[in-house]
Design a protein around this ligand. Sequence first.
Ligand code: ADP
Ligand code: AIR
Ligand code: ASP
Length: 323
Amino acid sequence: MPSALPPHPDLRRLRDLARTLQRGCRSGDPSSQSRLLSVFPDANPGQLALSKALAVVARDYGYPSWPSLKAEVEARRSSGAEDTPRRNSEPIYEGKAKILYEGSDPGTLIQYFKDDTTAFDAGKTAVLSGKGAVNNRISGFVMARLSAIGVQNHFIKRLNQREQLIRKVEIIPIEVVCRNIAAGSLSQRLNLPEGEWLPHPLVEFFLKDDKLHDPMVATEHITTFEWASSQEIDQIKVLTLRINDELGKVFEAVGITLVDFKVEFGRVWDGETSRIILADEISPDSCRLWDSATNKKLDKDRFRRNLGDVIESYTEVAQRLGV
Ligand code: ADP
Ligand code: AIR
Ligand code: ASP
């Protein structure tokens, strides 16, 4: 099971851990060998190469590979970022999967990704060690890709393993779901076989309210109750379809099919006028992602449906994306 990196990780210390594992495996120490085999079932412990031992150490800390762990440690050293949060304040909000703190600059927040995992509006909960770190990396990477094609969003930069600096928005209390393939609640509602491609991407709206189990709402509800204006809804639809196009390409390039996803949007104000930007997160917690060759689920459905290997699958997504 992955664990959190120590507060001031040091490459020399991490290499020492790998050498200790290598020595243990070569000398027949059973606990070193079982640690190796739990990550690389086909490895030969008697001839463990240092590169493989480094990869095991990286996996222990929830990183897909040694280069990604090394890059993280080097990035922290050069930015002065620490594992201990930069926050100097009490949380302003704690949700099911994330905590928000005031950022040091006005209009910013620190988004802390927890290992807590919930499904069915918190009807089912667990702590999955390493999940927060993986989702922080995936969401930061995806948001940066979206910025690059002009989809404005709240991501400013990743601060450390579990935290990213984001722009504070006034959240629109609507979960926007976009679907390419029938699955989940759409399959149930309309009795569609899971896995059937839809004629074109479908955008649906749900009210963000766990107590009501996030009911589906029509655009008329959204305007009637003034959750958003009709102009804002139009913008949200256009943005969601652009996000779908780009995300579809990003995942397809690494052999993953984007089945569906949920996003949230918020307003940023400039005097009397506001504009809509993408907020929250994009990760295996909020998307359905299937391996393109086998249709293996690599997302939160593994947790919802007790399929096992949840964190391993999230890590697989991160690894394929190279983060
Ligand atoms: P929940 O509130 O559903 O339990 P989380 O644990 O993911 O969900 O908490 C994150 C909260 O932060 C969500 O309620 C989300 O709407 C909100 N949020 C996400 N991005 C921003 C942002 N940029 N500014 C303000 N709030 C945000
Ligand atoms: N989602 C919806 N509410 C919370 C989340 N994470 C996401 C699911 C899925 C998509 O929205 O993870 O990717 C559609 O979910 P459903 O349950 O409506 O089929
Ligand atoms: N996000 C909701 C929850 O955490 C719904 C889900 O993902 O199933 O309970």
